[in-house]
Ligand binder design. Structure first.
Ligand SMILES: NC(=O)C1=CN([C@@H]2O[C@H](COP(=O)(O)OP(=O)(O)OC[C@H]3O[C@@H](n4cnc5c(N)ncnc54)[C@H](O)[C@@H]3O)[C@@H](O)[C@H]2O)[C@H](O)CC1
Ligand SMILES: [K+]
Length: 215
């Protein structure tokens, strides 16, 4: 049984890796994006028309980086951005600049989500802190209504990674690529239903500064 951690542990290990070990946050974000991208290519998803639904936290940044990795390989990808880009984290702001360099379109049309062949859920991860409402809820309902397959980054958006509970509304994903360790909330019945197949991505974050043998 692989190790599963809490939100607080995920945030603590993240901060330890950046501030004590010295691996920059952008490196972790790139590794999270590469892990997600590789899982997308390894699984037999239809990548004819991909839409990344991203908010402005670092979960969104992971997704925007995935969009760039897809674009570089000639895949038709667009970003549906939720929230005010001016309030984005520094890493996500940088990822938006890189996506702009590659000319990745930003769409505001939820029909693009509904008509996608693959949706990447990069709305919220371990930073979800209250029930989801408004435009965020509308986007999640559109994702769940779409025929497209859905890959969630780190946590299916709307699921509390500690309890597995739905916070207002939550993505029902086919696959979840979760960073560093599984999350205890994804082991609950509701968490499992919303996560689909969970892949744990090694992105260089280790509780004891080394890879534990019982993976
Ligand atoms: N831990 C790791 O190994 C790594 C994690 N990464 C990714 O970063 C996210 C966590 O990022 P963070 O910015 O802390 O939070 P989120 O992106 O999950 O979003 C929180 C963001 O949204 C606001 N918010 C919270 N709840 C709501 C709500 N109900 N409605 C509207 N807005 C809400 C909140 O204020 C924040 O601004 C983690 O999951 C990983 O995907 C790193 O990129 C790589 C290493
Ligand atoms: K997510």
């Amino acid at each position: 049984m692989s190790k599963a951690i809490t939100i607080a542990e995920a945030q603590r290990f993240d901060a330890h890796t950046i501030n004590i070990v010295g691996i920059p946050a952008m490196v972790l974000m790139e590794r999270a994006a590469l892990a997600t991208f590789n899982n997308i290519l390894n699984d037999d998803f239809d990548v004819s028309r991909v839409v990344v639904v991203a908010a402005t936290g670092n979960n969104g940044g992971d997704g925007i980086a995935v969009a760039r990795l897809l674009k570089i390989r000639g895949i038709d990808v667009a970003i549906y951005l939720l929230g005010d880009p001016a309030k984005a984290t520094s890493q996500t702001t940088q990822q938006l600049k890189i996506a702009d360099y590659y000319g990745i379109p930003l769409t505001t049309d939820l029909n693009d989500v509904v008509n996608a062949t693959l949706v990447i859920d990069a709305i919220f991860g371990v930073g979800l802190s209250r029930d989801i409402t408004g435009k965020f809820a509308d986007a999640i309902n559109a994702i769940n209504a779409a025929d497209a397959k859905t890959v969630s980054i780190d946590v299916p958006s709307g699921i509390n990674a500690d309890t597995g509970n739905v916070m207002g509304v939550a993505v029902v994903a086919d696959t979840t690529v979760t960073m560093a360790y599984n999350k205890i909330g994804l082991l609950t019945t509701t968490g499992k239903h919303h996560s689909g197949t969970v892949h744990v991505a090694d992105i260089g974050i280790y509780a004891q500064d080394r890879v534990e043998h019982a993976r």
